[in-house]
Design a protein around this ligand. Sequence first.
Ligand SMILES: [Zn+2]
Length: 292
Amino acid sequence: MNEQQSPEAVTLPDLVDFFVNTPPGKELHISINYREPHWDAQAQAHMGKVAVSDLTLHCGSPACGSDRQFAPTHATLGVELKTQTETRQDRFFVFVCRNCRLFSKTYAVEIRMTKDDEAVVFKYGEDPPFGPPLPSRLLKLAEDQRDLLLKGRRCENQGLGIAAFAYYRRVVEEQKNRILDEILRVSRTLGAPEELLSELEAAKQERRFTQAIDGIKHGLPQALLTNGHNPLALLHNALSEGLHGGSDDECLELATSIRYVLSDLVERLSHALKNDADLNKAVSKLLQVRQK
Ligand SMILES: [Zn+2]
């Protein structure tokens, strides 16, 4: 134990990894470096503060929107633990984004001391939920199905394949027309053939996503293809495959594919129009130069 250590100087690599990379429901054996060890007469126990270092986490605030350094709050830096063996304590650890100071991450853990300086840490949960975030554009597209999308992501993070697949399928089914509307809007702007536009319009009248996609025979504009493939056809394949009752692992793979294809599609929908506008601007600029 070393009272001279400043909070910033102390790192617990295992605990950092546990906070950032371990889903809830798991535990970890750690050794603890105490700061300011002392005898607490009221608790009738030796107490010490746990040293917690910065974490690199995704910041969801509009000002940041990507990975940032999160600093432990004063209370988290000062989390006190009994240094006696055989004690069990529930604790919150809170970290705040160093950049915007608006976004925070909270972990709820149980700490079971096994020796004076060794413990088992169990993660009850965290808020926002564990795992890399879903793209904000995808959350926006999901609209009122946003919660189901997030639950799907949580299940996927924890390897619950059938559940993740079911949540994602529901989102795609419920937001079928929103997805088609977005594709229609972009396709129109990019000057797609009239046949495709009327097939997309007709697809909106179908009840189920798979039936809707069956009726689209013309290819989507190049800018919307995922690695050269039609994303609607890829989603169609994944959804019809999963409905035939694969194993949990197979459903997990399908769920992950659905998330990837959807994420890619929303990015492409957004960039296609931007690139088109940029291109138009560049072309008209060059035409002006020629006219001079
Ligand atoms: Zn931030």
